[in-house]
Every structure is written in C-alpha cells, then in structure tokens.
Design a protein around this ligand. Structure first.
Ligand SMILES: *Cc1c(COP(=O)(O)O)cnc(C)c1O
Length: 366
C-alpha cells in the first residue's frame, strides 16, 4: 500500500460557494442569483474585453513567465518598486508558496479562529499545523492573544492576518495593528502576512496602512488580489508585495507559467481602468448600506462590514435558512466549516439581486 500522511487523509478541502448551474440542475430552477463568493457582480469592462480579445490571438504561445507588464502595472498601481512584486494563480497560490518556503512540518502558522480558512487548509496540505487564537465577542480578532502566542510559541513562522477578515467583515484598527507589528518585529524569525483582499472597500477611518507597515517593517508582506473589486475571479491573479528577498524566494518556487496570458492581459487592463474600479466600489457601498438597513429592519444581528459582503445571524439553524433560500433561487454562504452554525455570509450583488435576496430572506424568516 502507498503511504499517505495523516494530515492529507484528514484534509477537508476548501468549500466554494454553490455554483449557479448546480443549483439550477438540482432544484429545477431557471433564475438563480449567486451572492455566495464575494465576487464582483459586474462583467468585465470594454477595456478588459478588448485586452482579452487581443491576448486570445496569442494563446498558442507560452505566457510571459516573468509577467513583465503585469508586474510593472501592479508596481505602479500599488506604489511599490517592481522588485517588491510577485504574482500567483490567485492569492491562494501565494499562501501555499509562503507556507512551503517558510515552514517545515514541525513549524506552525498563527491566525485567529474565524479567519479566512484557506490559510489553515494550505498549512495542513504542507503538514504544518495552525495555532488559532479565540475571537473576541464581536467576531473580531483578539490581538492580545495573538501577541501572547508570538511571545510564547517559538514554532510560529508565519502570521496570517486578513484585514478586513472574510467571512466576518471585521477589521483590526490602527492601534492594535501597531502592537501586533511590534510583537512580530521582536521575534525576527516570523513573517506577518497581511491579506488585504478587500482593501478597496474599506471605509473605516482607523484602518491601518499596509503599505506603511511594508516600508517600515522588513518582516511584513501584503497579499492583494484581482478577484474582488477588479472583477477577475475566474482568471486567478493575486500579488505579493514584499521585500526583494521574499520576492526572490517566491520566484524560485513558483511554477514558471503560474499566471496565464489571458489573466496577465486582463490584470494590466483593469488596473488601468479607474472608472470600472470606482463603479464597483460605489455599487458595493450602496448595496452594503442597503443590506444593513434591511437587516436592522428584520432585527437580525450583523457585523459592520469593511468588505463587499455581510456576516449576519439568522437566529436559527443557518443551513436550514440556506436551503430555504436556495429553493427561492438565492445562493448565500453557510459557514459551518468555520464553526458558525446560525450565521450566513451574503455578498453584495447588483441592486436588483440585493433586493431579491432581501425579499427571499424576509419570506424565509417570516
Ligand atoms: C477572496 C479572498 C482572497 C482572494 O483569493 P484569490 O485566490 O486571489 O481569488 C484572499 N483572501 C481573502 C481573505 C479572501 O476573502
């Protein structure tokens, strides 16, 4: 018999949002609205479509393995030197690579309970275990507990901090973030990975600057993605902004053509499409404000969100509510895999989709 590591045998894969086609098939529905994966609800802009069409003519060639133009566009967009940029097949690949580079099987990563689950899954696939500090009462991160773990646990190599967090929409403010930065710096053998997938949607005034942390602290790196406000989830592009030494290590271990040529072309085009980005941001804020208004009317608890989604408490078994909503053609996201049994996560869609979602929710809870 082939030997397989127990960490691999017990691995529970990432559970994506339920696809529209599957929901239609299983329930015999023709109209289905998916608000389950925090995607951008708008299709690609004209600019992106033109870039994709041009790139289609070249798909018989390998992509640019160095991602020259994409890297230049990202460096310009994020305001960092090109030598501080690398890229992955979605930021998910970069999470994998960071763990592969920095953690041996006996090492550990640190994150919070209720944090984005991809870190823990990537770690387990690399036979690396995850230390999770408890959440605070308001579904936030307990930064003091994280600092305590850093002080007492020498096995920790990477700290994953999604800010704002998915699925809760909560965020870590300036003061607490500064404390965590200092604790990470004091360790020297630990890298803080700040995952800012929802950065563009943040409205909180005391949200800490990742760029400032990157320039003042050598053991900080930032994850950015093209999957949310940029609307390219299907193409899989993420960026790592880090010290050149970290970037060099990523470039050694990543596959030579990890981001395909269509994805590279679209990423360059959308980073130059300020109008599209602005449109998505505005529609998201409008949708989010609508959701919070409606959830209040329904007297449901929710976490004020800094993302493009809202985490709310249905007050009953959330899988039940999820299934009832499915029958009405609305896909939300149950969070049992996070240990949240009464909460659902709802992504902002187009306004008519948001309204349909709230109508269905009202009916299900009535
Ligand atoms: C959606 C999301 C990402 C993006 O993942 P990709 O692989 O780039 O699509 C990263 N981090 C968090 C916290 C997310 O919610």
């Amino acid at each position: 018999m082939m030997k397989v590591a127990p960490e691999i045998l017990s691995l529970i894969p990432y559970q994506p949002g339920k696809p529209i086609s599957e929901t239609k098939r299983e329930l015999g529905l023709t109209d289905v609205i998916k608000l389950a994966s925090n995607e951008c609800p708008f299709p690609p802009s004209e600019k992106v479509m033109r870039a994709l069409q041009a790139a289609l003519l070249e798909v018989h060639r390998y992509p640019d393995g160095a991602g020259f133009e994409m890297k230049a566009a990202a460096a310009k967009y994020y305001g960092v030197p090109e030598k501080m940029v690398s890229f992955g097949n979605g930021s998910n690949e970069l999470i994998d690579l960071l763990i592969r580079i920095y953690c041996a099987p006996e090492d550990q990563i640190l994150t919070s309970k209720g944090a984005f689950i991809a870190y823990k899954i990537s770690a387990q696939a690399a036979r690396v275990s995850t230390v999770e500090t408890p959440m605070t009462g308001g579904f936030g991160f307990d930064i003091r507990a994280m600092i305590q773990a850093l002080k007492t646990n020498p096995k920790i190599r990477l700290v994953f901090l999604p800010n704002p967090n998915n699925p809760t929409g909560s965020y870590v403010g300036k003061a607490e973030f500064a404390q965590l930065l200092e604790a990470t710096k004091a360790r020297g053998d630990v890298l803080l990975v700040l995952d800012e997938a929802y950065l563009e949607f943040v409205r909180a005034e005391d949200y800490p600057s990742g760029e400032a942390a990157l320039s003042s602290h050598p053991n900080v790196c930032l994850l950015r993605t093209m999957s949310k406000v940029f609307g390219l989830a299907g193409l899989r592009v993420g960026f790592l902004l880090a010290q050149p030494e970290v970037i060099d290590l990523i470039n050694r271990v990543r596959n030579p053509f990890n981001v395909n040529s269509l994805a590279q072309a679209a990423a360059v085009a959308v980073m130059n499409d300020a109008e599209f980005i602005e449109k998505v941001k505005r529609a998201t804020w409008e949708g989010l404000d609508y959701f919070t208004h409606e959830l209040k009317k329904l007297d449901l608890d929710f976490v004020p969100s800094q993302g493009n989604f809202v985490f709310f408490d249905t007050g009953r078994d959330a899988v039940e509510v999820f299934n009832q909503l499915l029958k009405k053609g609305i896909i939300m996201r149950p969070l049992k895999n996070y240990g949240f049994s009464t909460q659902l996560r709802l992504s902002v869609g187009l306004m008519q989709e948001n309204e349909a979602a709230m109508k269905a929710l009202r009916e299900v809870l009535a």
